[in-house]
Every structure is written in structure tokens, then in C-alpha cells.
Ligand binder design. Sequence first.
Ligand code: ADP
Ligand code: MG
Length: 285
Amino acid sequence: MPPDVDFGALPERADDAAAPESAGASRDPAPQSASVVTIVNASAATVTTVARRPLFPALMLVARELSKEYRSGDNRLAVLRDVSFTIPQGAFVAIVGPSGSGKTTLLGLLAGLDTPTRGSVLIDDADLTAMDEDERAKLRGQKVGFVFQSFQLLSTLTALENVQVPLELRGESGAGERARELLARVGLADRLDHFPTQLSGGEQQRVAIARAFANAPRILFADEPTGNLDSDTGGRIVELLESLNRESKTTIVLVTHDATLAARTQRIIRLSDGRVVSDSAERAA
Ligand code: ADP
Ligand code: MG
């Protein structure tokens, strides 16, 4: 029989600054800190303290029985049906599925751009579905980045301004410098003054990625970010997302219908007709 786990001792969420692994096997009567969980084996009357992180990785995103319906007249169109999954902090996940399967709708719900008919979405423990539009907008500004298939750059602004202006609108000082750094990070240090029409598709998407990273999001959603690009350029965009995921520990949720690109992520969630039909994390479990 497994030992009883004292859930009451759990911190709200694990943290990157968890205790060193060497503390894991300690039987010292350690104080209850954010890095430990106490396991009480009632029959043997022993108390063991173990490192917490391997047991309960912190969740960045929770989708709980999400459904989305659209009404037209008397008809109801179910676009998402009971979609549930969890995504741990720092993961790099692909959502795949045929056109019309609900991928864009799902990403909009997960990012708090849209609201579900039923179910809930938690980002970093905050329930988006309990918030009003202003609160969701605030949370998006603090924690969420979004990259669209069609780049959605402002055509009258240069690459630098496209990244800088949203930062300025948020009242941040040093916006110009941060925008330059971000554009250098995506390999566009020598394209700062180019307008979108003077940039290739891949370059435009890199500007959009730099813009999405401007607020140092904890989670980045990208809807078919390579959909308008040739496969080589698309591959480089996914490489860029991979390195940003690795280096900044940003959780990334990518929608794609390109199986080759999806295969480069750590996990593939497959949608069909609004339902999750497979999840590679569940096969592995
Ligand atoms: P995908 O991104 O997988 O191609 P979408 O999420 O864009 O799929 O769309 C899923 C289904 O929902 C489609 O059948 C689409 O027509 C329908 N849909 C999306 N948005 C709306 C809307 N605002 N009103 C009605 N139907 C919609
Ligand atoms: Mg779509």
C-alpha cells in the first residue's frame, strides 16, 4: 500500500529554485519549506522528507473539460468537446489536427482571448474563466505571448517599432533597448529599420516572435507560426522557438499541421473534430 501523502504540506507550486537533489534523501526533521513534501507512513510511524519537484512538477497550464459551442439560429455547433490536459512549466508542446478540428479556437481559449461555453482554463494557477475581460487582459500582459500565423505586424512601423511600441504602451522604460536586444536575439539586428514589406516571411515571423517575447511571457502560444513559410524557413522558426524555450524556460504551445515540425516538440496533443484523440504524454505515462 502506498504511504499516505500529506497534501497539506504542499506549497502552491514547485519553483525553479527547488532544493538541491542531495537534500532529497535526508531524514533530518527538516522544516516544511517550498522544496519538500512530507510522506507519513502511518503503519510504521515513520516520517520521511523527500525532494518535492520530481513528484509534482508545477503546472503552467490546465485545460479542464473545455467545450466551445457556436449558435446560429436554432443550431448549435460544437467546436470543442470536453478538452482536458495539463502542461507543466517549461514544456514545449504541439497541438495538431486537421483543418477545422478546433486548434485555433482552443488556442484562443487557452490564451484567454476567448471564453469557453463550459469548462475552465488555469494559467499559472489563475483561473481565466473566473475573470472578466479586463482581468484577463491584465494577465495576458503579464504572462502570455501570442504569435499568429499571419504575423500581424503593423505595416506603417519598422521592425524595431513593431517590437518597441507595445512595450512603450505598457509604460516600460528602456523599451528601445529591449526591442533591439530581442531583435538581435532572433537574428534581425541588421533589419531594425526595415518595414514589414521589406522583410521576407521568415523575417516578419521573427519580428512577431520578438514582439511576443517583449513582456518576457511565462507561456507563449503560437498558431501555425510556420504556416505561411517554406519548410526550410519554417524549420528555422521552430529552431528559434526551441532555443527560446530552452534558454528562457518559457512554456511554448505550438499549433501546427506540419507533422515534421510537431515531431520536434516534446509532446503532441492531437485534436479531431473538437476532441483530444491522442496525447503522447499519456502514452509515455
Ligand atoms: P482549426 O484551427 O483547427 O482549423 P478552428 O478552431 O479555426 O479550426 O475552427 C474549428 C471549427 O469552428 C470550424 O468548423 C469553424 O468553422 C468553426 N468556427 C470557428 N470560429 C467560429 C465562429 N466565430 N463562429 C462559428 N463557427 C466558428
Ligand atoms: Mg487554425
